[in-house]
Design a protein. Sequence first.
Length: 498
Amino acid sequence: MFDLRDIYALPKRWTQQLRTRQIQKRQWSDASETELRKIARSSSGYTADTSYSHSMRVEEADFAHASTDHETYTSNTRFTSGWRFGAINGAISVCVVFFINLVVTILVSARKDGVFFDGDCDRASKLNTGLHLLINILSTILLSSSNYCMQCLSAPTRKEIDDAHSKGKWLDIGVQSVHNLRNIDRRRAVVWLLLGLSSLPLHLFYNSAVFLSISSNNYFALSVRESFINSPDCGECGAIFSNTTVAVGNYNTAIPDVARMMLKKARNNKLDRLSNLDCIREYAEPIQTKRRNVLLVTADDRMPAPNVTANGTANIYAWNDFDASAASIVSSAMNSYGWICSDDPTWRWTSPCSTLIDAIKSKPDDWKVGHTDGVFSDSYNPTYPVDYCLSETSEPRCKVQVMLTIAILVTVLNIFKAVFIFYTALGTKENPLMTMGDAVASFLERRDGTTKEMCLLSIRDVKTNDRYFPAGPITWKGEQRRFKDVTSRRRRSVTFIA
């Protein structure tokens, strides 16, 4: 049966429940004082519950003990969690990179001209690619660790945010920020600047520390009759230079030796026979790595009688040299193989040989070659046809070299970065707000009086009103926002370019 006394007691139970909920939720001005203690000391007639008071003292003691444990835990985990842990890992990684750079620099300093490898070009090319891949990995470790610490250094603390807000200024949180540098601790700003300055030379020079050099061959091109190939010896090789009316500079000793050597190789079938077109293609290179001296051979009946030469007996009609060092100068490189174009009188003064090669290739059977030495006048520069070439081959030779000065510079910058990053992790006492989550937690724990009741405040409102925050109600516009709107166009442009 339903009892009327239950209806009478129902409001009393509701009142008691409401009072209990108030006691559980309400906090007085004194952080250690609850409503129960306030009621116990009041003159309302209630008697203080000493057992509850004892329970509260036990809970307070437990809370104090828990707080001490929390402080000990925080101290022990300071360097094993959070942003400091990332900075320490970055510092250790930078030290590993420093050790690698130091070992390589010491090894290179003990080698002549910093030669790391000297030999086959294919192997040298693969080694060069592998070393540059390693350099890119090491530089990525250096620059990413540096960038992470720069972001940690530019992140503001809660105090710095409050100070900035009180002056009507804003700060960035969660991003790399140059804007923050004017409002953060001076020491952190200086370390940030030093880390940034040490990154610039690494970007510019690190990849230049290792380079591939290709050996380019000097050679002579000699125009000869087939009788030269068939001669039993090369007794006449030096006769052409006995005429004092022909100026040949320092070639009077080099060319006879080359002629004798080429004759010996030709008679032993150790020279490659090339058609005119192949010969032009092979030798029209400013950097010659695969071939050396060449004989430009013509049938006897297509050549003038020997008496047109210097002494009337030699079968060598013209000689030209190729200087490998000419490739280092742009203007000289365009004419470095000018002997190929010696039949065209314009190559020396108006049209570089590099611009005439295609025309010569189009008519290889009409190819003629003469002297290109500047001591000969055009009237004394006859040209001779070419039937085929006998070419001396050469194994390409390459070097992988390390520039010692750049290696030392990179190593020094490396140790500086390690010092700055260790200082960031171990020497920074402040706890900056690294992410938006850190900021939300901080403002929930202790709200900012300057921005109180400004929940609709946007970055555009702050930038529009310099030195102060807009006061009064703000109208909600309900505009559609996208992820790109979080950052400015300038920041996006700089990020894409960098």
